[in-house]
Design a protein around this ligand. Structure first.
Ligand SMILES: [Zn+2]
Length: 259
């Protein structure tokens, strides 16, 4: 999960008018106006370079969905707010069973809150609400997740009393972030990154030792590693974590320091 800045999402031209009209049509008719959020999909996708906001994968088998972070069934007032829309793959958005493990995951219409929290009844009350689901559009939330090199997502905090740990655990389950296919994709990415680091280091040593023919392959290996961190690349938050394990190597530390 990476931070997606809502400020950079431009709604379609006629969005405000259509959203206001749809909202005014009443709670019972929300579903009739699904085109209002569906038509925002290209704008939402653009902000994440076509990746699901939750898992950072591009699902080439489907064109993804517009998820309501606060479900419209519980928050009818947020049904047509673009700041409530998230671009999501069907794995993260819908309840489904992992065929390999039998575990059920996917967000569905669930939206658990921190114990003792009142549900917000309008946008002005959002500040009083502590959702248990991490929000990729909240700058601090993606940092609540950490990644193991074997592809498993875990909470960044180990302290049971830390609300971020509870948020992380709830979100890992709700977004199905440890779906076996996703874990496998991360595990493979980690192996490729580790191999690329070894390759880069070997060419770097040859180059710094005076072998000028090693410069080009060293540059290419560094470029490949930098691409792994790019916001446009799948699983970039995970890749960053893999590289961080090697930051004692000055060239890796340099790659991590590049914006
Ligand atoms: Zn996803």
């Amino acid at each position: 999960m990476r931070f997606i800045d809502i400020a950079f999402i431009t709604p379609p031209d006629d969005f405000e008018e259509r959203a206001a009209a749809a909202q005014a049509d009443g709670v019972e008719n929300i579903g009739k106006h699904s085109d209002v959020w569906r038509d925002c999909k290209p704008n939402l996708k653009q902000a994440s370079f076509d990746k699901c906001y939750y898992c950072e994968m591009k699902d080439i088998r489907s064109d993804g969905t517009v998820d309501h972070y606060r479900p419209k069934s519980k928050y009818s007032w947020a049904a047509f707010r673009i700041d409530n829309f998230r671009f999501a793959c069907t794995f993260c958005n819908s309840r489904r069973t992992d065929q390999k493990t039998g575990e059920i995951g996917g967000k569905g219409a669930g939206f658990p809150l921190y114990e003792g929290c009142e549900r917000a009844t309008c946008n002005e009350e959002i500040g009083n609400e502590t959702p248990l689901l991490l929000d990729p559009c909240n700058a601090a939330d993606p940092d609540a997740l950490d990644y193991r090199a074997d592809g498993v997502v875990v909470p960044a905090s180990q302290e049971d009393a830390n609300p971020q740990k509870i948020q992380a655990l709830t979100s890992i389950e709700a977004y199905h972030l440890n779906h076996s296919d996703l874990q496998e994709a991360r595990r493979r990415a980690a192996i490729e990154i580790q191999e690329k680091i070894i390759e880069a280091e070997s060419f770097m040593k040859r180059f710094t030792g005076g072998d000028l023919t090693a410069k080009q392959p060293y540059t290419s290996a560094v470029r490949d590693l930098k691409r792994r961190l790019d916001q446009r690349t799948e699983l970039s938050a995970f890749s960053k974590r893999v590289l961080q394990a090697y930051k004692n190597k000055p060239f890796v530390d340099q790659i991590l320091a590049t914006p």
